[in-house]
Design a binder for this molecule. Sequence first.
Ligand SMILES: [Zn+2]
Length: 94
Amino acid sequence: MFALLLLATAVWLGRVLYDNAEALVIGAAAIRRRIAASAEGPTRACQNCQAQNSMTAKFCTSCGTSLGQPASRDDRVTVVSEKERSSTELRRSA
Ligand SMILES: [Zn+2]
């Protein structure tokens, strides 16, 4: 009787673990697909509503905000040029 109960518990536990593992695999695949889509998809987030728009879109398809050049790229260029300038100044003063 005890062995039967143990066997039933083992079977139940195995099935629960199997179901959870399947759910985890499906979830991981969905997350991986979403990451891949966001990484390689030629989309650009709207700065106003964060909606994804194609790189060729001039205006957001969700809110109509003008999609200019991404500001982050300009910021990076500014930071690099400032860094170059400061290093040049350091070299000059040394
Ligand atoms: Zn928008």
